[in-house]
Design a protein around this ligand. Structure first.
Ligand code: PRP
Ligand code: URA
Length: 208
């Protein structure tokens, strides 16, 4: 499995709080934002640097700033929305796209209903975000759409991944690195992640 597990103690602690069924909607939302910010630090670790000339109060120097491609963040609706603000705190210049896609409860297959990307998406590094990678169907479909629009530099960032989803996404999109805060045991008969945290969208928006 090609996966990057970001298991910093602060992140792991916060994921445990999110898993707890007694964590309420407000706390869940705040934790998801905090974890996304912390994870973004690792996901952006390899961004290229370029030289600039600046003047400190003491002397002129050549110093480093982030160069190369700009960033785009694409949440998979709905639950991915909860990860955007944390990333934006670190990378405020990122542009945001949206992909609407839900899992049909009968077939468990993803159904797309919306796709709007930054106009210059193909020139950006696109970070696709969704807290849950279960069967991998939603993430793979979202990345299909993004590639169809000419984007080649894509990363996928989630909170909890199931081995089944990692394998599926690795097979469909071997060029897309996966970053997760936790790799769980398996899926249950409804394709929910075990132990997971339940339905991320419902817990984030209080819809159940
Ligand atoms: C959840 C989750 C992912 C998807 C993961 O969304 O946020 O998008 O399921 O499952 P998969 O890996 O098996 O495709 P859901 O379909 O519940 O939609 P929602 O966010 O609108 O509730
Ligand atoms: N979607 C969720 O929100 N949770 C799961 O465990 C699986 C898919």
């Amino acid at each position: 499995m090609n996966i990057n597990i970001i298991d910093h103690p602060l992140i792991t602690h916060k994921v445990t709080m999110m898993r707890d069924k007694n964590t309420n909607c407000k706390e869940f939302k705040a934790l998801l934002k905090e974890i996304s910010l912390l994870m973004a630090y690792e996901v952006t670790r390899n961004l290229p640097l370029t030289d600039v000339e600046i003047e400190t109060p003491i002397t002129k120097i050549t110093a480093k700033v982030i160069g190369g491609r700009s960033i785009g963040v694409v949440p998979i609706l709905r639950a991915g929305l909860g990860m955007v603000d944390g990333i934006l705190e670190l990378v405020p210049s990122a542009k945001i796209g949206h992909i609407g896609c839900y899992r049909d409860p009968q077939t468990l297959k993803p159904v797309e209903y919306y796709c709007k990307l930054p106009i210059d998406a193909e020139q950006r590094t696109i970070i696709v975000v969704d807290p849950m990678l279960a069967t991998g169907g939603s993430a793979a479909m979202a990345i299909d759409f993004i590639k169809q629009r000419g984007v080649s530099d894509i990363k996928f960032m989630c909170l909890i991944a199931a081995p089944e989803g990692v394998k599926y996404l690795n097979d469909k999109h071997p060029d897309v690195p996966i970053y997760t805060a936790a790799l769980d045991q398996c899926l249950n008969e409804h394709a929910y992640i075990v132990p997971g945290l339940g339905d991320a969208g419902d817990r984030l928006f209080g819809t159940k």
